[in-house]
Design a protein around this ligand. Structure first.
Ligand SMILES: C[S@@+](CC[C@H](N)C(=O)[O-])C[C@H]1O[C@@H](n2cnc3c(N)ncnc32)[C@H](O)[C@@H]1O
Length: 279
């Protein structure tokens, strides 16, 4: 890993992501974690929990952020022959990561320019971030660092916007994804990249959408802070943020307080996908 790659990586991230993830400590505080049962199933399908694995496996996690997924993964692979290298393009994220996970290596790089050797990684994982780099350059780079038949695993925890009160928030947010040209994890547009490269790089995606998570929220303001940390709101101007705040408290009043229903959790769906490098 050269200093050149680390130094340039922040500037290669689109401004909207730099703005949205500028406060790594806030991200750590307000965002949800990942359910261990879904992560275990995911890692099993990436062949990382196979006791018979004789040789050490190397995992590269892209866009690790503060390490919310990494910590769950490390707990699960604890006794396996697995080494995890985390990564993130933003310096602030890498620093925050180190505070929580001092013994895990983290490198500062984008998915488009990883800076590790060819065929040096058994499994590449992207948690809650592949949509930020769903482009042919990143896919070629992931393919380059993977060993023959290596795995690419993708996981998202996505608010269940089919729930009526969340659907009202989604109505506000959906047009912002279009306006800011952010590939949205919800509509699976990110899948298009797999058919957009010059040659086919990966096998067909396999997946599982059966897992869910109920993220407990202690009070309504925590819930507001969670939603306002989502990229389309966090990177928005003052007027967007103000309108979202008004809408959020209106929805809560009408859907919970006026109906005498207690607000306790945000329902999520867990999306899991995996595929293999085609050589
Ligand atoms: C929503 S956060 C997910 C963080 C962490 N994986 C988690 O689940 O909490 C998205 C992360 O993707 C990273 N990211 C954005 N663009 C990227 C790129 N081009 N290459 C790699 N990571 C990127 C951001 O810096 C951010 O930390």
């Amino acid at each position: 890993m050269t200093d050149d790659i680390a130094g340039q990586s922040s500037s290669l991230v689109p401004e909207v992501a730099r703005k949205a993830f500028a406060s790594s400590s806030n991200y750590e505080k307000v965002r949800q974690g990942y359910p261990a049962d879904a992560v275990r199933f995911f890692l099993q399908n990436l062949r990382l929990l196979d006791d018979s694995t004789a040789c050490k496996k190397k995992v590269l996690e892209l866009g690790s952020g503060t390490g919310k997924f990494t910590r769950v993964m490390l707990e699960i692979v604890n006794k396996q022959n697995v080494t995890v290298i985390a990564s993130d393009p933003l310096e602030e994220m890498c620093k925050e990561f180190k505070q929580h996970q001092p013994d895990t290596e983290i490198i500062q790089c984008t998915a488009e320019r990883i800076g590790l050797l060819d065929a040096s990684i058994d499994v590449v994982i992207a948690c809650q971030c592949f949509h930020w780099f769903a482009n042919p350059t990143a896919l070629e780079e992931i393919h380059r660092v993977l060993v023959t038949d290596g795995f690419l695993g993708l996981i998202w925890a996505v608010c269940d916007f089919s729930v009526p009160w969340l659907a009202r928030l989604w109505e506000f947010m959906a047009p912002l994804y279009k306006e800011k040209s952010i590939v949205c994890p919800y509509d699976e547009k990110w899948k298009d990249v797999f058919s957009s490269t010059r040659r086919r790089l990966f096998s067909d995606l396999e997946g599982n959408l059966d897992y869910s998570l109920s993220f407990p929220i202690k009070d309504l303001h925590d819930a507001y802070h969670f939603f306002s940390s989502l990229s389309v709101i966090a990177s928005g101007n003052e007027s967007t943020q103000k309108s979202f705040r008004q809408l959020f408290y209106k929805v809560i009043r009408e859907e919970f307080e006026d109906k005498g229903v207690a607000f306790e959790q945000v329902p999520f769906k867990i999306y899991l996908y995996w595929c293999n490098k085609i050589n």
